[in-house]
Structures are given as C-alpha cells and as structure tokens.
Design a binder for this molecule. Structure first.
Ligand SMILES: [Zn+2]
Length: 443
C-alpha cells in the first residue's frame, strides 16, 4: 500500500514540475487569434489591460494560495490514507463493528452505528489538517472572516450533516453488497448517483440554510433585471434570494440551485456589495447557463461513469487486500462494514488519480456557462471585472497543462480572453465605465 502511495506521490511531483515549466500565454493567444474579424479591437491587448488591473503583489498572493492547493490535494489524500490504515492495522475498525453488533441485532442499525463511530474518529484524527487548511491558511491569505468559534460551529454543523447524509448512503449500500456479493458495484454506482441527485434536491432548502441565512432580495434595481433575464431564458423563478456569505468570507458567488420544487436563484451579499449591476448580470447569466444547459443532470451522468469505474476498482482492491491482510485486520469480507476504511483508501486513491478528469468535466461546463453568460447578459467588460475578483483565490495565468490538471473552473486569463473575444464581435456592448473601474481587493 505504501509503495503505491509513494508512486502516486512521485507521479504528482513530476506533474507539478512539468506544469510549472509551461509557458503561460499559449492558450490565450491561440484562442485570441481565432477572433480576427474585428481588426479595430485588439483582443490580446484588451486582455493584458484587464490582467494589469491586478498588481503583481496581488497576483503573487493568489498564485501562492492556489498552488498551495495543489499540494493540499496530495496531503489530504495521504492523511486520509494513513488514518484509514491505522483503523485497519490496530483493529479499531473491527472493534467499532463489534460494539455496534453488541448494541443491536438489527443489521441496518449496526451499519449506521458503525458509520457514526467511523466519521467521528476519522474527523478527529484528521482535524489538525482540517484546522490548518480551513482556518489558519484561509486567514493567512485574508480569505476568511470568521473567528475560531464561529468557524468551529460551522465544522460541527458540517459533521452533523455528514453523520446523517452518510448514514443515508452507507446503510443501503452495505445492504446491496450483502445481497449481491461481488457484483454489487454496478447497482452500487446507481445508488450513489440517486444519492447525489437526492442531496442536490434537498440542499438548497435543508442544508445551505444551516450555514447561511437566506432572505428574499427586495432591491428592485437588482432583482428586476435578474428576474427579467430569468424569464427571457425560460427559468421558472419568481424570487431572487440573497445569502450572507460575508459571514465566512469576501468571496463573490451566486447559484441557480435545486430543481423542480426547490429551484431557486441565489446570490451572495459580497456580490451585491462589491459589484456593479453589469457585473451582477453577467454572473447571473453564467448561473442561468448552468440551469438552461442542464449541467446538473449532465454532471450526474458523467460522474456516474466515473463512479462505476471507481466502484469496480474498489471491488477489485478490496478483494486483493482482504485476501492478504483481511484476517489480521479482523475484516470478514466485503459485506462486513469494518471494510469501510479499506474502501475509502482505494476510492480516494482512485479519485486522487482522476483529479484531472473530474476537473475537466466541471471546467468544460463552467466554460459553457461563461459563453451562455456572455450571450445572455451581454456585458463582456463586467465579465472581465468579475473574473478579476475570482482571481483573488484562483491563479490568473497558469500554463495550459496546469489548467487542464488542476483547474475546476477556467483560469482568469481564459475567461477574460473569452469575454474580450466576444466583445470584439459585439463592439456596441463596450462599457467605458466598467473598463475604467479599478480592481479592488477585499484583502
Ligand atoms: Zn459556474
């Protein structure tokens, strides 16, 4: 297991070295050269003008923050693998199962009780890394507004959500494994997809409000243009919601979340405070793009493919490891809930290796939503300014391989290039006021 871990670590190091050696302007210039029909407007020069609104110091800071995140992907995986190995090697997993079996004879409840112990123990053991990553590091870069107490409260609420949602997934999953044996993985992936759809249905109404307060947006000067765009784009929303993201950070964001009865358009108070109407409109156009282009459903289908392969891999990995060390760990088979730490090691290893694939799935949809936002809001300069704000925590100007591997959204350069390319074809939409607006960092 450790040899495999080191091989993955070495591959990761190699990748990082390769990507940082990439030149940064290749994607942008090749994309810009495709837009040649408006000679009066120089796309590349406009992109550079926007990028230069951010000072070198501001850009260095966001680059350092974002590149640190590459390493955290690795440390998170390794830390979790070590914790899971401890649970197996010292027989803790088997003991947690024995305790559950002493408390009740009802199997689904045994699984749920094991899950509660498992999530508590693993959360405590990985907590030092969680504090560094979620609290100290965020404060160091000026990205968190919370005191330790308020942050801790969010962590506890998050843990409670994991206990409940995890039990809803793990109990039927182990039921399936016990019924179907070795061929559990196809049905297991279907169950996983159904679970993800269920969570995205209930999240806007039952989960998000646990962390933030949602109120109806009353300001007609902002609400009415958004609702007009929603109507024009066939989105059945009657209200716009505002939520107090400034509780946690200064990051701007918005979403069109849920579906059917839980569909809602929400934007955060940072977006309202820090952005002009054209900037808000282009952001909402992007979010409406996700909705109209059915990104939630497409995402579920594509993640479904990733899951099926992942579960097949987990199935193989568990058989392999249990044949060798099952007895020592006190794990009786694939249907024994004490196998969970092993399943997590194999599954998170698979997801770690799939990082570029998963990022490319989301980044591609985000780029589509950018195109939709430009076409619906028609605010290319507002879009470029919002892309700069997002550059507070996302590297603006990566190499093309680096963007492919590590970026779950397009980089600032890619997005601003797309906006300026669109503007070159629609010169009448140019906004001198937006172009003149300086980049104001919240930090
Ligand atoms: Zn998006």
């Amino acid at each position: 297991m450790f040899r495999a871990t080191w091989m993955i670590a070495a591959a990761f190091l190699l990748l990082t070295a390769l990507t940082s050696a990439q030149t940064s302007s290749t994607t942008a210039s090749s994309m810009a050269s495709a837009a040649t029909s408006a000679p009066a407007f120089d796309v590349n020069a406009a992109v550079e003008t926007y990028l230069a609104k951010m000072s070198p110091a501001q850009r260095a800071r966001s680059t350092a923050y974002f590149e640190g995140g590459y390493w955290l992907t690795l440390w998170d995986f390794l830390a979790s693998a070590v914790v899971m190995w401890l649970l197996l090697q010292f027989g803790w997993s088997a003991r947690m199962r024995n305790l559950s079996e002493r408390i009740t004879r009802f199997r689904p409840l045994q699984t749920a009780l094991y899950w509660v112990q498992f999530i508590l123990v693993t959360s405590i053991l990985t907590f030092p890394l969680t504090i560094y990553e979620g609290y100290f590091r965020e404060h160091k870069y000026g990205l968190l507004n919370q005191t330790f107490g308020a942050w801790m409260k969010d962590q506890v609420v998050g843990l409670a959500v994991s206990v409940v949602l995890g039990a809803i997934l793990v109990v039927p999953l182990f039921g399936l494994v016990r019924k179907l044996g070795r061929s559990w993985w196809v049905a297991g992936a279907v169950l996983m997809i159904a679970f993800l759809a269920f969570v995205s249905l209930i999240a806007p109404v039952y989960i998000f409000p646990l962390f933030n307060t949602y109120t109806k947006l009353d300001d007609a000067t902002v609400r009415d243009p958004i609702l007009s765009m929603a109507r024009a784009n066939g989105i059945p929303a009657k209200d716009v919601y505002e939520f107090d993201a400034s509780r946690q950070s200064n990051r701007v964001s918005a979403n069109v979340s849920g579906f059917a009865q839980t569909l809602r358009i929400s934007l955060n108070d940072n977006l309202l405070k820090r952005c002009t109407l054209p900037e808000i409109e282009t952001t909402m156009g992007h979010e409406m793009g996700h909705y109209v282009l059915n990104h939630a459903y497409k995402g579920v289908v594509m993640m479904g493919v990733v899951m099926v392969i992942g579960f097949a891999f987990v199935n193989w990995g568990i058989s392999f490891a249990l044949a060798r060390w099952g007895q020592r760990w006190g794990v009786q088979g694939i249907g024994d809930v004490a196998v969970l730490p092993l399943a997590v090691i194999v599954f998170s290893g698979y997801f770690f290796l799939m990082t570029p694939v998963n990022n490319t799935i989301t980044r591609t949809m985000e780029y589509e939503a950018d195109m939709y936002g430009l076409n619906s809001a028609r605010q290319p300069d507002g879009e470029a300014n919002v892309d700069l704000l997002l550059g507070e925590y996302r590297k603006m100007d990566p190499g093309s391989m680096e963007e492919l591997i590590f970026f779950d959204h397009p980089s600032g350069r890619t997005r601003i290039t797309a906006a300026m390319r669109w503007k070159a074809e629609h010169p009448e939409t140019a906004s001198p006021a937006e172009m003149a607006r300086p980049f104001q960092s919240a930090q």
